[in-house]
Write a protein that binds this ligand. Structure first.
Ligand code: BGC
Length: 369
């Protein structure tokens, strides 16, 4: 009897699990495109949904809200990490005559090809979050990405000092080698770490920001250097940090080797609360989405002077050697003590992060009520 009950509940569980997976993939499919209907439109191409949770959980809904609030039409699609799909989406948006194309490139070369086509069709382009090197977009909206890196590096140094480690060695786990942001982040944290007197034992760029690849990459580094050969790990985002944290956990080193991240994802914030990640970086995506939408509205209205007045910063395109008019926002480091700021800002909720007994206790201890 007991066995029958067990197997029945196991069966029910697995049916429920299959149903949940089915629902999730259906949701992911229907989510793939969001469209506001006719009229003047902004076309937005997001890069993927695997390299960071942010694109689908933060950027898409916040961009939708910004466009809706401003009464602007939109068509938001996700390239799913596929450069061919990226280019097909762009072709569709160009032929449907979007008024502005906003895009997060998958790499500069394929991104530049799209910008070229849009420009030839008279459609202005905003590089959103990632600058397309050699692309010549009209505007760029992002964060100060070297500063993001600096905050990562400073956070790591703080964590290592708290462990009584004053000169390293440190491992740098960089983002995708084809993402200009990854280069800027790395520049920022490498300088902060070495300026503070720490040595770098290994540096590895993770292809496509792939979390699985990060696991393999970090496992290899860990095997080579050993626990005694690593005092801290600068991981460039929360996805990569998750991979590092799982290798450290397997080796009973959680909390002994500080790990950094970026994006203030729910999982990243949970690790920060539990001490398996030392710091994450909060980039208020709402501000980024609002800035990009305001810029798009000026462009749609033909108000070039108005758009230029918003984009007062400059970013170096190291390929064209030109500067792209930019809006660059300021990132904020998040430690255990100020996870509450991210909740207060409405980026996530207590319910989403304080999910287990252990996390509920950590939330209460850190003022998340
Ligand atoms: C973004 C990060 C993100 C990473 C992976 C970068 O260009 O700035 O926020 O974690 O791409 O998607």
């Amino acid at each position: 009897m007991r066995r029958t009950q067990l197997s029945r509940s196991t069966r029910l569980l697995s049916i429920a699990a299959v149903a949940a997976v089915g629902a999730a993939s259906l949701a992911a499919c229907s989510d793939d495109k969001s469209d506001s209907g006719g009229g003047d439109k902004v076309g937005v191409i997001l890069p993927d949904s695997a390299s960071s949770a942010r694109w689908e959980t933060a950027d898409r809904p916040l961009l939708e809200k910004a466009f809706k609030d401003a009464g602007v039409g939109y068509d938001i699609q996700n390239a799913g990490g596929d450069v061919n799909k990226f280019s097909t989406i762009a072709d569709g948006m160009i032929s449907s005559k979007v008024k502005v194309l906003m895009m997060v490139n998958l790499d500069s070369d394929s991104g530049a090809a799209v910008i070229k086509k849009a420009t030839a069709a008279g459609i202005p382009v905003i590089d959103y979050d990632r600058l397309t090197l050699g692309g010549g977009a009209n505007y760029y909206v992002s964060f100060d990405n070297v500063l993001v890196g600096t905050k990562i590096g400073e956070g790591l140094v703080k964590g290592m000092k708290a462990n009584g480690k004053n000169n390293g060695p440190v491992v740098l786990l960089d983002g995708s080698p084809t993402d200009n942001n990854a280069t800027l982040f790395s520049t920022g944290y490498k300088k902060a770490i070495t300026d503070a007197g720490y040595t770098v034992a290994a540096q590895q760029a993770v292809k496509d920001w792939d979390n699985q690849q990060a696991l393999t990459d970090f496992e290899q580094i860990f095997t080579k250097l050993g626990a005694g050969g690593i005092d801290g790990v600068a991981a460039a985002n929360d996805g990569l940090a998750g991979s590092v944290a799982s290798v450290l956990a397997k080796n009973n080193l959680t909390g002994k080797i500080p790990v950094t991240g970026q994006d203030a994802t729910d999982e990243g914030l949970q690790r920060v609360l539990l001490g398996s990640q030392y710091v994450t970086i909060y980039k208020a995506i709402k501000k980024e989405a609002d800035a990009a939408s305001q810029l798009a509205i000026k462009i749609i209205k033909g108000d070039k002077a108005g758009a230029d007045a918003l984009a007062t910063a400059k970013s170096d395109d190291t390929v064209t050697k030109k500067q792209v008019p930019s809006i660059l926002l300021t990132p904020q480091p998040i430690y255990k003590e100020n996870v509450k700021d991210v909740v207060a800002d409405g980026f996530t909720t207590k319910d989403k992060i304080c999910t287990t007994a252990e996390l509920k206790a950590a939330c209460a201890a850190n003022g998340i009520n």
